[in-house]
Design a protein around this ligand. Structure first.
Ligand code: FES
Length: 75
């Protein structure tokens, strides 16, 4: 059975992606990582986008604390 990819949001920090992933940017450039877990920038301030470089901590990035569940199809 293939290993599932897991994405975890850190409070006021990056997305942690664990497991197999092929990351492709809007220009089609692919990013490969030998690491088991990568951190993707969520604040937009990283100088190593799409990866987190820790800048979120210096700028006081504040994100939604928890995921919002979708309603059951009711508008
Ligand atoms: S989330 Fe870490 S630098 Fe943006």
């Amino acid at each position: 059975m293939a290993e599932a990819t897991k994405i975890t949001t850190l409070d006021n920090g990056p997305f942690l992606v664990t497991g197999p992933v092929l990351l492709t940017d809007a220009a089609g450039q692919q990013f490969h990582s030998e690491r088991e877990t990568i951190a993707l920038c969520r604040c937009g301030a990283s100088t190593t986008k799409p990866f987190c470089d820790g800048t979120h901590g210096k700028i006081g990035f504040s994100a939604a604390e928890r995921a919002v569940k979708e309603s059951s199809g009711q508008a």
